[in-house]
Design a protein around this ligand. Structure first.
Ligand code: FES
Ligand SMILES: [Fe+2]
Length: 452
């Protein structure tokens, strides 16, 4: 029996065909209930390592983190570790492993080195990956040293100020792998932003449970009820792009349609008006007028604040465009800053992942506009962009100081993970507010089938 199509929310019905705000054509990913073993089975985890992590383009870091020749950072994913570094020729990536006996070459997460010296027998490598020195080379027979001595390179490309790596031998072009329309990420000027905070916390759930929790607004009313006054959680536009990419436009500056009061300019809305440069005390209008007032005020103040909104739609000035890149990234895109989250697999345990978040803003010397309060940047954080902060690491259950909303998620996810094991649970049932999740799994399965 054919079912009625479910109504899809559209943020701006007048958005022209070439606007990034335009609702994307529907993609039907079916209605199948997928196997739940994917969230805890070790064999499944290995298939992901071989067919997804080793084949897909992965967000490794930011170009702004490598300003000078010799600057490097380490990108760990599962059991792999990769050195991403600025060489004289540009940005390059290499497996972080010594060609002698497999010792991990570099331990410090970031720094500046023209030469990497192995801690085991002190072979050394130039930062372009070439071998520099073999200790006591005269004690090796020449056949032993005749090949595979340089560091093994990894495909590495930049887009919109972001560095992506790909471990497969013949990766698809980056743009095809990302799936987003041309100019989508570029519009936010991420290449001019700096990382002001980097936090990695370990959560007791499979990495996909992490991705899923950030791919929908369906849970906001239950898990994050304090968002009710300022987020239109039922007015979200969900969009699916090729290659597993997706986006949700979450209107900010409006009460949830679930809230009884759609008129009062509540405290949260007043705070948003204030941040956008509108005096809440003299604001004339109701809650229905706040989102538009924010857009108009930001547009009017852009030049004065030194911000370039020229490639952003009005909706982008108020709303959160939470943008998902397959397999493990979501970027919260905002005109004043972006919040990059990565869901990184644990090296050996399918029931743990690392929630790695980087907050980027424009250096304050360039602009007076502060990142919005909800981004949860702690008081006293250096916003000048002068010094790249170290990554702060937190273990399971430790308070990573990520703010109320994220701690609500980190408390909940292990409870979901445990529930998945129950004999009484057959598999996840996704509604249309969760269409991004099904789209993500459809792409995941495509990678797995192609690799098997
Ligand atoms: S393992 Fe690196 S020098 Fe021996
Ligand atoms: Fe959440």
């Amino acid at each position: 029996m054919a079912t009625e199509p479910i109504k899809q929310m559209v943020i701006n019905p007048d958005a022209p065909a070439d606007s990034l705000e335009r609702k994307q054509a529907h993609i039907d990913n079916g209605v199948e209930v997928l196997n739940k073993e994917r969230y805890f089975d070790r064999e499944f985890m290995q298939r992901e390592a071989d067919n997804v992590w080793a084949k897909a383009w992965l967000l490794a870091g930011l170009v702004s983190d490598l300003p000078t020749v010799g600057d490097y950072f380490i990108f760990d994913v599962g059991l792999e570790s990769i050195i991403v570094t600025r060489t004289k020729e540009g940005i390059g990536a290499f497996y972080n492993v010594c060609s002698h006996r497999g010792c991990r070459l570099v331990k410090a997460e970031r720094g500046n080195r023209k030469v990497f010296v192995c801690p085991f027998h002190s072979w050394s490598f130039n930062n372009d990956g070439s071998l520099r020195h073999v200790t006591d080379s005269e004690t090796f027979r020449s056949e032993v040293l005749c090949n595979n001595i340089d560091l093994e390179a990894v495909n590495c490309e930049e887009q919109a100020g972001i560095i992506f790596i790909n471990m497969s031998e013949n990766p698809p072009p980056l743009e095809q792998g990302l799936g987003l329309p041309v100019g989508y990420l570029e519009a936010y000027n991420i290449d001019r932003m700096k990382v002001v905070r980097h936090v990695s916390s370990e959560w007791a759930a499979n990495w996909k449970i992490g991705v899923e929790a950030f791919y929908e607004c369906y849970h906001l009313h239950a898990v994050h009820p304090e968002t009710r006054g300022v987020m239109g959680d039922l007015n979200v536009q969900y969009d699916l792009y090729p290659a597993g990419a997706s986006r949700m436009i979450v209107p900010l500056g409006q009460p949830s349609p679930r809230a009884g009061d759609q008129e009062s300019v509540n405290e949260g809305l007043q705070g948003m008006l204030q941040e956008a440069g509108v005096d809440p005390d003299s604001f004339v209008g109701t809650a229905r007028d706040v989102r538009r007032a924010i857009q108009l005020s930001k547009r009017a103040r852009a030049e004065e604040l030194g911000l370039d909104y020229s490639r952003l739609e009005d909706g982008q000035l108020s709303d959160s465009w939470a943008t998902g890149l397959f397999p493990n990234v979501q970027i919260g895109c905002h005109p004043e800053g972006v919040f990059i989250m990565r869901f990184l697999p644990h090296p050996s345990d399918p029931e743990k992942f690392y929630y790695d978040t980087m907050t980027l803003t424009f250096p304050v010397k360039e602009t007076e506009a502060k990142p919005p309060a909800w981004m949860g940047i702690p008081e006293g954080t250096d916003l000048t962009g002068q010094a790249r902060p170290d990554c702060e690491h937190f273990g399971i259950g430790e308070d990573a100081n990520l703010g109320l909303v994220l701690s609500q998620d980190s408390d909940l996810l292990p409870i979901v993970q445990r529930g998945l094991h129950s004999r009484g649970f057959k598999g996840e049932l996704w509604g249309e507010q969760e269409q991004r999740i099904r789209h993500f799994h459809t792409e995941l399965d495509r990678y797995l089938v192609a690799g098997d």
